[in-house]
Design a binder for this molecule. Structure first.
Ligand code: AHR
Length: 515
């Protein structure tokens, strides 16, 4: 977090007038650590969009070429288990408000097809449905987060979905589930009540939607064991009025979370390339990414007014970088390359979420495979893990650890006449007392040294890892899948009880300390 404005100004002046890199300090405030970083901040999102599900996660249960279990790729299951995906949102996105879950259960051959009207008008044959998704979640060890259809569905349809997946008593929906081969309920906890109700979810006003929300939420019961966690469709970026209305008009006992969607986009009409971007485009993307902190602070302030006890979570259930699609790919499929820029973007965003973990208790990166800022890309029998995957994996040590507040005296990354805080940091202590510090230097042209203070006497440096590459445009490819992977980092050393870290240009570092 950015603090100590006078120091900023002084360092800005030094940097602006061409001094060499200045050692800055980050102070760990160990005694103030009290809030747990909810593991769900490391959540993901899978939509029926492009090749996220079909020819991505799911290759079909008759596929004999790509190793799979009931149609789901084994390599993807293994990679996502290793990533420790805590929660996975499905089936959209905009698709969710066109999706009728009953079309996706029962014998596959009998399932009706529909047109996926949001994403390219392709045929959706419903072969990947509720059972397929929930069983996939079990396989990767993630909690499912179902996004209900409010825009074109009914109260009854969503209420019956809850009953179908969670009902343990004798009811038409639980009997139907059993007839479809699943005896035990899945006990799904997380449900979204529509998606982007201000846009593709129905073009509603917040006042209208908050009433609709209450109607849907009232009937979301189903006799299951889980206490449902219902998430209201939330604001688009800086639409603070939307959050105000949700918090003002929905009683606290009816809403466990309110969402926020925010993508790092340079310009919706000129998003720029996913890989061969300019340095100015890199700067602009990171500038947009860093806005996340301002958005969270302002939405948080509104939520605090109505809910000072912080009962309702802010759920950033869509975030990430959004660029032009790769040349030669279907423009509706939103397939983009994933570079070191995305690694840096993920690192700074996750640091922001960690530092605001008292209110941000879930976030879902868009989207998990082959769409937008994906952690996995597929090509026939091959997959690659993107730089974003590696950041999410390096950072998973923060899941359910206690956040350590950090005061950072920042330095600036200057581009032309504009500048951004160059460094980003968050830290946590896990249940075994191990301390993890994640640092990002967004400056692509300069090493920034940091002295980390406030380390408990006697703590030792156990290990340090770095993700970086020679160019910010670098990415992994099917020919060179391990060009960018975490490597041992040697520029972190203990010095007189402090930790001295020389952060290379455009790098993400994870440091582990133990007693
Ligand atoms: O992630 C792509 C789309 O972006 C989602 O479907 C929608 O919710 C958002 O506008």
């Amino acid at each position: 977090m950015m603090k100590n404005i006078p120091v900023f100004t002084a360092l800005f002046m030094l940097t602006a007038f061409g001094s060499s890199a200045q050692t800055t300090t980050a102070m760990l405030r160990m005694q103030e650590s009290k809030t747990t970083i909810n593991k769900n901040i490391y959540g993901h999102f899978a939509e029926h969009l492009g090749h996220c599900i079909y020819d991505g996660i799911y290759v079909g249960d008759t596929n004999r070429i790509v190793p799979n279990t009931v149609g789901v790729r084994l390599d993807i299951i293994a990679a996502l288990r290793k990533l420790k995906v805590p929660v996975l949102r499905w089936p959209g996105g905009c698709f969710a408000d066109t999706y009728h879950w009953k079309d996706g259960v029962g014998p596959k051959k009998k399932r009706p097809s529909m047109v996926n009207k949001w994403w390219g008008g392709v045929t959706e044959d419903n072969s990947f449905g509720t059972h397929d998704f929930l069983n996939f979640c079990t396989q990767i060890g993630a909690d499912p987060y179902l996004a209900g259809n409010v825009g074109s569905g009914t109260v009854q349809e969503l209420s019956q979905w809850v009953e179908y997946v969670n009902g343990s008593g004798i009811s038409p929906m639980s009997s139907w589930r059993k007839a479809n081969g699943r005896d035990k309920p899945w006990d799904v906890k997380y449900f979204g009540v529509g998606n982007e109700a201000w846009g593709c979810g129905g073009n509603m006003t917040p006042e209208y939607y908050s009433n609709i929300y209450k109607q849907y939420a009232t009937f979301m019961t189903g006799g299951g064991n889980s206490q449902l966690f219902r998430v209201a469709s939330g604001a688009n970026g800086d639409d603070y009025h939307w959050t105000e209305v949700m918090m003002r008009d929905i009683p606290q006992n009816m809403i466990e979370g309110v969402s926020l969607h925010y993508y790092s986009v340079i310009d919706w009409n000129a998003k720029g390339p996913g890989a061969e971007f300019s340095r100015l485009q890199y700067f602009s993307t990171l500038k947009q990414a860093l806005r996340m902190e301002e958005l969270i602070l302002k939405h948080e302030a509104i939520m605090d007014k109505y809910d000072p006890g912080k009962k309702t979570a802010l759920v950033v259930d869509e975030w990430g970088g959004w660029y032009d699609v790769e040349k030669g790919t279907n423009p509706s499929f939103l397939f983009q390359q994933n570079t070191m820029r995305d690694a840096v973007l993920a690192g700074v965003t996750l640091n922001i979420f960690n530092n605001h973990c008292d209110r941000v208790r879930m976030a879902n990166l868009a989207q998990i495979v082959n769409v937008l800022q994906s952690v996995i890309l597929t090509n026939k029998q091959k997959i690659i893990l993107t730089p974003t995957y590696h950041v999410m994996e390096m950072y998973n040590v923060h899941q359910d650890a206690v956040m350590i507040p950090v005061t950072l005296q920042n330095v600036f990354y200057i581009e032309g006449t504009d500048s951004l805080p160059a460094l980003s940091v968050s830290a946590s202590r896990d249940q075994l007392g191990v301390v993890h510090i994640s640092l990002v230097n967004i400056d692509p042209g300069k090493t920034n040294p940091v002295r980390i203070q406030g380390i408990v006497p006697g703590m030792k440096l156990e290990s340090a890892k770095i993700l970086r590459s020679d160019r910010i445009q670098d990415h992994n490819s099917f020919d060179d899948p391990e060009k960018i992977i975490p490597r041992k980092f040697l520029q972190a050393v203990m010095k007189e009880g402090d930790l001295q870290v020389d952060m290379p240009p455009a790098s993400v570092v994870l440091i582990t300390l133990h007693e």
